[in-house]
Design a protein around this ligand. Structure first.
Ligand SMILES: [Ca+2]
Ligand SMILES: [Ca+2]
Length: 242
């Protein structure tokens, strides 16, 4: 019996070695493909390439005051040849680049963002409800630290500094009271990390249906926020494309 088993094992080894020139896979290989290569399946997939906005997303607009807003920015570009940029030109006011999407009770979002000269708190990446009545989930920076807002509930701070390009994932699930869940994942690489900060008692109770990025609302002039690769999806967004 032992000899038979030994023979079977030997035959197996020979079979594998005979396939040395081929790829022999015993277990499924993890899918390392990036999430947004084709933009298929995304509610929003915006890279700001070409004049204005790309991927036939005509719904984007800009709004605000005391700001200069640019969807063709070629300064410090975060991806490709153009990014979106908003610069605060005078103290006070706000300005951002925004668009709507189909209302969602749970939404997954991603953007590359970078701040320059932000001293007071500036909103970097925000998901709102219809007509931007409320900020549902928002990453904000004061140039030294970052904060996650879930409705008006604010997280403790985490590192989020000027002049660094961040990869930010935001997950939002609306609540029925003080139980909305907002999660931020902040990295300097394309790989989605473990959660950086979670707010599980947010007071946001409405559907997500608006994305605003970048959004300068800092109370200091000459602050700039740059954004690129803005993604909105109804399922988790993992590692993103180069
Ligand atoms: Ca771009
Ligand atoms: Ca553009």
């Amino acid at each position: 019996m032992k000899k038979i088993l030994l023979l079977i094992c030997l035959l197996c080894l020979l079979a594998f070695s005979s396939n040395a020139g081929n790829v022999v896979t015993f277990f499924p290989v993890a899918d390392t493909a990036c999430a947004d290569e084709t933009c298929t399946g995304f509610l929003i997939c915006q890279n700001f390439e070409g004049t204005g906005y790309d991927n036939s997303e005509a719904g984007w607009s800009d709004a605000g005051e005391n700001t200069t807003r640019d969807a063709d920015y070629t300064g410090t570009v975060l991806r490709g040849s153009q990014s979106a940029s908003v610069v605060q030109t005078a103290f006070g006011g706000w300005g951002g680049i925004l668009t709507g999407f189909t209302p969602q009770t749970t939404v997954y979002a991603f953007a590359r963002v970078r701040t320059a000269g932000v001293g007071a708190i500036g909103a970097v990446f925000t998901i709102g409800d219809s007509g931007w009545v409320n900020d549902l989930v928002s990453i904000k920076s004061n140039g030294v630290s970052g904060y996650l807002y879930c409705g008006t509930v604010q997280s403790t701070s985490f590192t989020f500094t000027n002049d660094v390009t961040y990869y930010v994932w935001l997950d939002y699930t609306k609540g029925t009271g003080a139980n909305a869940v907002c999660v931020a994942y902040v990295s300097t690489t394309r790989t989605k990390p473990a959660a950086t900060v979670t707010v599980a008692n947010g007071n946001a109770t409405t559907d997500a249906e608006l994305v605003i990025t970048p959004l300068v609302g800092a109370d200091d002039s000459d602050s700039r926020i740059i954004a690129d690769q803005v993604l909105i999806k109804t399922s988790d967004i993992g590692t993103v494309c180069e």
